[in-house]
Write a protein that binds this ligand. Structure first.
Ligand code: 5GP
Ligand code: MG
Length: 177
């Protein structure tokens, strides 16, 4: 594998397709054990997680549902700053076993603001699956239960993750050169 260019930036190979695939298989295996006899609903956060969510979901063998949301941030009317809302969440999560699927947890800000809102719906349980986490960038109290890879604090593209809207269709992960 060679380096690639997305818009004005160069990226070097980081995680190969097969490496990602193997890791997702073991995450799914763990989920299949943890949710045996249950029927979880996966809530995938668009856009970044769509490929991860799809690949993970195909390997899940317990009865399961999936739904897709977008998180939109807007300036709150109070001094507390931004408010995160979920677009596309039609079903009630009350009493359900929810698995929130993210592409990457960076500072943890997005999820730290969104999770309390999800919990207001009183799901039976809530766990987080994130393809990537950047432990060195984490600033908020968010912890994923299923983590694909802990990665260094460097910008990555591919496998659903974008740089300025491009690069999502690259089948493997690349890191800023
Ligand atoms: P957080 O709220 O955890 O700081 O940010 C999470 C969001 O920032 C991710 O869902 C993703 O959209 C974006 N992000 C953080 N790090 C990266 C990265 O290395 N590459 C890409 N493509 N997006 C990132
Ligand atoms: Mg995201």
């Amino acid at each position: 594998m060679d380096k690639i260019r997305v818009l004005d930036k160069e990226f070097v190979p980081f995680l190969a397709e097969e490496t990602i695939d193997l890791r997702i298989s073991s995450l799914a295996e763990q989920i299949n054990i943890d949710y045996a006899g249950k029927a979880p609903i996966f809530i995938a956060v668009l856009n970044g997680s769509f490929i991860f969510a799809s690949d993970l979901f195909k390997k899940v063998t317990v009865a399961a549902q999936i739904s897709f949301i977008k998180l939109a941030s807007y300036k709150g009317t109070t001094s507390t700053g931004n408010v995160i809302t979920a677009i596309g969440l039609e079903e009630s999560l009350k009493g359900k076993d929810v698995i929130l699927v993210e592409d990457i947890i960076d500072t943890g800000k997005t999820l730290s603001e969104f999770i309390p809102q999800l919990l207001l719906q009183a799901p039976a349980s809530l766990r987080i699956a994130s393809l990537l986490t950047k432990p060195d960038a984490l600033k908020y109290d968010v912890k994923a239960d299923y983590v694909g890879f802990e990665i260094p604090n460097k910008f990555v593209v591919g496998y659903g993750l974008d740089y300025d809207g491009y690069g999502r269709n690259i089948p493997s992960l690349y890191q800023l050169a």
